[in-house]
Write a protein that binds this ligand. Structure first.
Ligand code: CA
Length: 229
């Protein structure tokens, strides 16, 4: 699938390098060097995927991510970060980001993540997702990549939506991590394992009344996860 990719990155060399490589792969590329311009371009061009640097002058990547989601733009957001602490990752996921690439990144891996993100975004674009269900006090709206708790709308990241979709297909049955990795990320490599954990943590923070003792997104030690509605 080809698509439109928005790169929000203040380092000119890196932005240019990304543009060249992405155009070579057949994507249409838009570049912004700060969050404000990035937000404007996101609204104007409606990209299919956003690569978003965290350390930006002015509005940083976290605020930009939040602002993009507020505009109801649901394209997957991959954050580019020199920071790699779990806290920062979870913070970004809470704000509606989908994935992280830690700098300096491997170009092949970045391309694989972009392809996976676009593949996962396609059913959203073509309106194939129309499922709605309750999990505890939350109403999950897969089609809109969000949950509602009381009157509050809480955006879900792309992978969070995918994880919930998979877990909800057969409630109560155990989905193993490898299955999540290969079906959602299309990858089998070990380093991505932490990424699944981060998304589970962030989902729990959104859905569970007490994320520390989850009652809906349950870890089955040694196997994986299950959903209890
Ligand atoms: Ca930067």
């Amino acid at each position: 699938m080809t698509g439109k990719i928005l790169v929000i990155e203040d380092e000119p060399d890196l932005a240019m390098g990304l543009r060249d490589n992405l155009e070579f792969e057949g994507y249409t590329v838009f570049i912004a060097h700060n969050g404000e311009d990035g937000l404007d371009l996101a609204v104007k061009e409606q990209p299919h995927c956003v690569l978003l640097d965290i350390m930006l002058p002015g509005m940083d990547g976290f605020d930009t991510c939040h602002a993009i989601r507020k505009k109801n733009i649901r394209a997957p957001i991959l954050m580019l970060t020199a920071l790699s602490t779990e806290v920062d990752k979870v913070k970004g996921l809470d704000l509606g980001a989908d994935d992280y690439i830690t700098k300096p990144f491997n170009l092949k891996e970045l391309m694989a993540r972009i392809r996976a993100a676009l593949r996962r975004f396609e059913p959203v674009l073509t309106g194939k997702k129309r499922r709605k269900f309750k999990v505890g006090r939350a109403t999950v709206l897969l089609e809109r990549s969000m949950i509602q708790i009381e009157d509050e709308d809480i955006p879900l990241g792309h992978y969070e939506t995918q994880i919930l979709e998979m877990l909800s297909q057969e409630p109560g049955s155990i989905i193993d991590r490898q299955q999540l990795l290969s079906e959602i990320w299309g990858l089998d490599n070990e380093p991505m394992n932490r990424s699944v954990d981060n998304h589970i943590v962030s989902l729990r923070r959104k859905i569970e009344e007490d994320p520390k003792s989850p009652r809906h997104i349950i870890t089955v030690h040694g196997f994986g996860y299950k959903l209890v509605k």
